[in-house]
Design a protein. Structure first.
Length: 353
C-alpha cells in the first residue's frame, strides 16, 4: 500500500477479505510508523460496530453510532430523504449478496468519515496532527533514470538511478527528516526553526539551509558528503559526540565503523557530474565502477576472476554509450568483454573463461 489513504484496502483488511499480498502491504504500512497502527486501532473500533438487523437499514443511526464510538456528539451525518410510498401489494426483495455489499459499503463510508472528518479527535488520540496521518511516502528511482522531487517545505531533491528516498507528506513543526539510500543532491529551503536531517545508511547529515550531495551506497560501506553552498554537520547515527562541519567546496567521508574524516577541499563538480551524465572515478576499484555502471546502463556485470574487482582505475565518462564505455575499459585494463542481452561478462584477455 503506497499511500495509507487507500481506505477500501484498509476496510478489506479489517473485514479479513485481503489477499496475502494485500495483507503484506497493509502490515508494511503499519510497521512504518507508530501513528499508522494507532490509526488502524481507531478504525477497528468503528469496524466492530454490531451489524444492524436486516429488516432495518437506518443509515442515520449508523452514522450516529460511528460518532459516539469516535468520541464526539452524535449528529446526523447524512440528510434524511423524503419517504415515498408504494402500493401494499408491491414488495422489494433485496438479494442477500446485494445486502452484504451495501452493508460493506456503509462500513467503508463510516471508516472514511471517521478518518477524514474527525481530524480533531484523531489528533487527540494519536498525538499527531491530522495531516501527519497521511504517513510516509517513498520514491524509488528506476535504474537508468533520474528523478527530481520538491518537498512540502520547498526543498528540492535530485535522486540518481537506483536511489530511494523516504519522506513525510508534510513535515512537522519541529524537524524535517528524510531517509536516503543511494545518491541525492539536496537544495534545502532555509528554516532556522526546523533543522533538516538526512538519515543515510549509518550517517546523519544535519543542516538549516544549504546545497550538498550525499553518496550512500551500501556496497561502498561509507557515506560521502560534498557541500556546494552553506555548511552541514556530519556524524554517525549512533554517535552524538564526534561530528564534523563541512563548508562550501569541502568533502568528508564517514566509514561504516569509524568517525567522519576531516573536511578537505575538493573539485565539487566531480561529485555533481552524475546530474549531467558525467562520471569521474579517481583511483576507484573496478567493483565500485561496475556497480555505478550497472545502475546507469541497466546491465549486470559478471567477472570471470573475482580478483579483478580490486583493480583501481582513473576514468572520466561523459555522455558515452555502453558500448563506448566497455571499449574504454578494455583499453585501460587487460580485459575482454562479451555481451549477452542485459549481461556483460568480463575476463582477462586471452583467458579461457
Amino acid at each position: 500500500m503506497k499511500q495509507p489513504s487507500d481506505w477500501p484496502l484498509l476496510a478489506q483488511y479489517l473485514s479479513g477479505e485481503c489477499s496475502r499480498a494485500e495483507q503484506e502491504q497493509v502490515e508494511a504500512w503499519l510497521d512504518a510508523a507508530p501513528e499508522n497502527r494507532r490509526l488502524l486501532d481507531l478504525m477497528q473500533k468503528v469496524w466492530r460496530s454490531e451489524e444492524p438487523q436486516r429488516s432495518k437499514s437506518d443509515v442515520e443511526a449508523l452514522w450516529n453510532q460511528v460518532a459516539v464510538k469516535a468520541g464526539i456528539a452524535a449528529t446526523p451525518a447524512v440528510q434524511q430523504l423524503p419517504k415515498t410510498t408504494r402500493p401494499a401489494a408491491e414488495t422489494i426483495r433485496w438479494p442477500a449478496r446485494l445486502y452484504a455489499d451495501s452493508y460493506r459499503l456503509m462500513r467503508y463510508a463510516a471508516v472514511f468519515f471517521v478518518v477524514v472528518s474527525l481530524g480533531y479527535v484523531l489528533s487527540k488520540m494519536t498525538g499527531v496532527a491530522p495531516w501527519q496521518l497521511s504517513g510516509e511516502k517513498t520514491l524509488t528511482v528506476d535504474v537508468g533514470d533520474r528523478k527530481t522531487l520538491n518537498l512540502d517545505d520547498g526543498t528540492k531533491v535530485v535522486l540518481d538511478a537506483g536511489s530511494t528516498l523516504r519522506y513525510p507528506s508534510r513535515f512537522d513543526d519541529e524537524t524535517r527528516e528524510v531517509y536516503l539510500a543511494g545518491e541525492g543532491y539536496f537544495e534545502v529551503a532555509p528554516d532556522a526553526a526546523r533543522p533538516f536531517v538526512v538519515h543515510a545508511n549509518h550517517a546523519d547529515v544535519r543542516v538549516l539551509g544549504t546545497k550538498f550531495n550525499i553518496r550512500a551506497w551500501q556496497p561502498d560501506e561509507k557515506v560521502t558528503v560534498a557541500v556546494t553552498e552553506g555548511r552541514v554537520a556530519l556524524r554517525a547515527a549512533t554517535d552524538t559526540v564526534n561530528s564534523v562541519v563541512i563548508t562550501k567546496g569541502e568533502l568528508s567521508l564517514l566509514p561504516i565503523d569509524g568517525t567522519p574524516t576531516a573536511p578537505e577541499a575538493v573539485d565539487i563538480d566531480k561529485y555533481l557530474g552524475w546530474m549531467r551524465n558525467e562520471f569521474f572515478f579517481d583511483n576507484a576499484p573496478l567493483s565500485e565502477i561496475l556497480f555505478q555502471l550497472q545502475r546507469w546502463y541497466e546491465v549486470d556485470f559478471v567477472l570471470a576472476d573475482s580478483s579483478l574487482a580490486h583493480e583501481r582505475l582513473n576514468i572520466h565518462i561523459k555522455n558515452k554509450s555502453l558500448g563506448e564505455v566497455l571499449e574504454l575499459l578494455t583499453v585501460l585494463t587487460d580485459m575482454q568483454y562479451q555481451r549477452e542481452g542485459k549481461t556483460v561478462r568480463l575476463r582477462v584477455a586471452g583467458g579461457n573463461n
